[in-house]
Design a protein around this ligand. Structure first.
Ligand code: FES
Length: 499
C-alpha cells in the first residue's frame, strides 16, 4: 500500500535535493496530491532507493572509526532524552494503530459470521453468498503478508532521528537534526526567523506550538506567563522538537525592512590570510548579543583609536545562521585605511570593532527560477552568503557562479567554489580573469549568453561600478527583464575622521 510524504521528507529519504524533486513536480514527472507525494510514485522514479540512500542514515551507519563515529552521532542525533521522547510518541501512535486494526478485524470477523448465519437460513439468496465470498476473500487478502514498503520503514526511522517542522502561516518546512534548537535549525534552513539574543533572555523568538511537542534543551531566563504557556507559546532558542513532526505558528521577516538596525561591539577573533593580498577578518559578537541579518546584506564597521574614528561599509561574507561569527574579505589597498590596519597588524585578535547594521537590500528574492551569481574580486563576499542561503533553502533548480578576478589572487576561495560544484549536481562555476572589470564583465556576459539564455534566471551581480553597470547593461540588451536583475555596487568605502 502506498504511503504519503511531504516533498521535504521524500528528498531527505532519497538523499536528493528538494529542488530536484520540486523541478520534477514542475515538469510533470512527479505528481502531488494535496502537496504530498506517494511512496509508489517515488519508487517508480527512484527504483534503486535503498535504506542506505538516505544521507542521514548513511552518515550514521557507515562510520567505522569509533571516536569519530561518536562525535558524528553526537552531532547528527538528538540527546538520549529527546530520542526517548520521540520513540515513546511513535510507540503510542503505533499502539493506537494496532488497537484500531484489532477492532476493525474483530468487526469484519463478526460481519462474516453474521452473513454465514444468514446464508445458512437463506441458502437460495445469491446476493448473500456473494457478500460472504467478498468478505472471506477480502479478509484473506488483508491477512496475507505483503512486502514492506521500504520508504515507509525509512520514514519511520528518520522520524526518530530528525524532526520535521512546518511553519504557519508561511508553509515553510525544515528539519531539526542533532542537538539543534528550533531557532538554529530554522536559520540553517534559510528561514528569516524573528529573534534577538539567541540565549533565552529577550523573548523575541517566541513561537506557538500548534501540533506536536517540544523539549527544552537550553536554559532560558525569559519569563513566559502562565497564559502564554497555556496557549502553547515557547522559545525557539531553547527548545527542540520532542515529536517527529511539529507545527509552529510564527512570524518571519518578509525582507530587509523587517530586520531592525543593531549596534554591537564585537571583537576580532582572527585575521587569516586567504591569499597574499586578501585577508579574512573574523569578528565575534558577545554570546548575548548577536547580529540578525539577511544573506547578502552589509554592515558598517567602526574602529575608534585615540584621536581617530574609522567607519567602513562592508558586505558580510558569512551565513546568517552563524550570527555570532561574522566574516569579511579585505583586499590589500594602500588607499583603504581599514585594509591598512588589517594588513599591518594594527587590527589584531582581541581588538574591538563596532558593527552597525544590517544595511542594503541585496538579498534573495522569492521565486523558483535558476539562480545566476556574478562577482568581481572581494565582492564575492555577499555572493558567497547568498549562495549559502540558496543552498540551505534548496529551492532553486540550479545555481551558477561567474567569478571575475582583476587581481592575481582575486579567486581567493576557488577551492570552496569547486567543493560546492562537486557536492551539488546543479551547481556550476566559471572562474575568469581580466585586469579590466568592465571588459571582464563583457566576457562573462558572452559566457552567460552561450550557456544560459535558453533559461529564465534570476541574476545577482556584485562588484565595482564598472563591473556591475557593464554586466547589467549587457543582460538588459540581451532581453533579461529588470525584475530578474539584482545588483549591488561594492567599492571599499572607508571614512576616517578625527575623534
Ligand atoms: S532569541 Fe532571545 S529569548 Fe530566544
Amino acid at each position: 500500500m502506498s504511503h504519503w510524504l511531504t516533498v521535504w521528507r521524500a528528498a531527505q529519504l532519497l538523499g536528493v535535493a528538494r529542488g530536484a524533486l520540486q523541478q520534477q513536480v514542475r515538469d510533470g514527472t512527479l505528481s502531488l496530491s494535496d502537496g504530498l507525494v506517494s511512496t509508489d510514485e517515488l519508487l517508480r522514479l527512484y527504483p534503486a532507493a535503498r535504506l542506505e540512500a538516505s544521507g542521514l542514515l548513511d552518515r550514521v551507519a557507515l562510520i567505522k572509526d569509533e571516536a569519530f563515529g561518536r562525535r558524528v552521532r553526537e552531532r547528527l542525533l538528538p540527546s538520549q532524552e529527546v530520542l526517548a521522547q520521540r520513540l515513546f510518541l511513535q510507540s503510542q501512535e503505533l499502539a493506537d494503530v494496532r488497537r484500531h486494526l484489532q477492532r476493525y478485524h474483530a468487526l469484519v470477523v463478526e460481519l462474516q459470521q453474521c452473513v454465514r448465519a444468514l446464508t445458512a437460513s437463506r441458502p437460495m439468496d445469491a446476493a448473500l453468498h456473494d457478500l460472504e465470498h467478498a468478505l472471506t476473500n477480502g479478509l484473506a487478502r488483508a491477512l496475507a503478508t505483503e512486502p514492506v514498503d521500504l520508504l515507509d520503514v525509512m520514514d519511520d526511522m528518520l522520524k526518530v532521528m530528525s524532526a520535521q517542522v512546518t511553519v504557519r502561516p508561511s508553509g515553510h518546512q525544515f528539519t531539526v537534526e542533532g542537538h539543534d534548537t528550533l531557532l538554529q535549525a530554522g536559520l540553517r534552513a534559510g528561514l528569516k526567523l524573528n529573534y534577538g539574543c539567541g540565549n533565552g533572555t529577550c523573548g523575541m523568538c517566541k513561537v506557538r506550538v500548534i501540533a506536536g511537542e517540544v523539549a527544552q534543551i537550553q536554559p532560558f531566563d525569559y519569563p513566559l506567563s502562565q497564559a502564554e504557556r497555556q496557549q502553547g507559546y515557547t522559545l525557539a532558542c531553547a527548545h527542540t522538537p520532542a515529536s517527529s513532526e511539529l507545527t509552529l505558528e510564527l512570524l518571519e521577516a518578509r525582507g530587509p525592512e523587517d530586520i531592525p538596525e543593531q549596534e554591537i561591539v564585537t571583537h576580532v577573533r582572527a585575521v587569516t590570510a586567504l591569499a597574499p593580498d586578501t585577508r579574512l577578518l573574523h569578528l565575534q559578537t558577545p554570546r548575548s548579543h548577536r547580529l540578525r541579518f539577511l544573506a547578502g546584506q552589509s554592515v558598517v564597521l567602526g574602529i575608534a583609536t585615540p584621536g581617530n574614528d574609522l567607519q567602513s561599509l562592508r558586505p558580510v561574507a558569512s551565513c546568517p545562521c552563524d550570527d555570532r561569527n561574522l566574516h569579511f574579505f579585505i583586499a590589500r589597498d594602500a588607499n583603504d585605511p581599514l585594509a591598512q590596519r588589517v594588513f599591518d597588524g594594527r587590527l589584531a585578535p582581541g581588538a574591538a570593532v563596532t558593527v552597525r547594521g544590517p544595511l542594503g537590500s541585496f538579498v534573495l528574492a522569492n521565486g523558483s527560477r535558476p539562480l545566476v551569481f556574478a562577482a568581481c574580486d572581494t565582492a564575492f563576499a555577499p555572493v558567497k552568503s547568498l549562495i549559502e542561503h540558496a543552498l540551505a533553502l534548496d529551492d532553486a533548480p540550479s545555481l551558477s557562479l561567474f567569478w571575475l578576478a582583476t587581481r592575481s589572487d582575486g579567486h581567493f576561495m576557488a577551492n570552496q567554489c569547486r567543493a560546492w560544484s562537486e557536492a551539488f549536481d546543479r551547481f556550476e562555476i566559471a572562474l575568469s580573469a581580466n585586469p579590466n572589470a568592465a571588459h571582464g564583465a563583457e566576457d562573462i556576459a558572452r559566457s552567460m549568453r552561450a550557456d544560459l539564455f535558453e533559461i529564465e534566471c534570476d541574476f545577482y551581480l556584485a562588484g565595482p561600478a564598472a563591473f556591475v553597470q557593464t554586466l547589467r547593461a549587457e543582460l538588459r540588451t540581451a532581453g533579461v527583464p529588470a525584475a530578474q536583475l539584482f545588483a549591488q555596487v561594492i567599492e571599499p568605502e572607508t571614512l576616517e575622521s578625527a575623534a
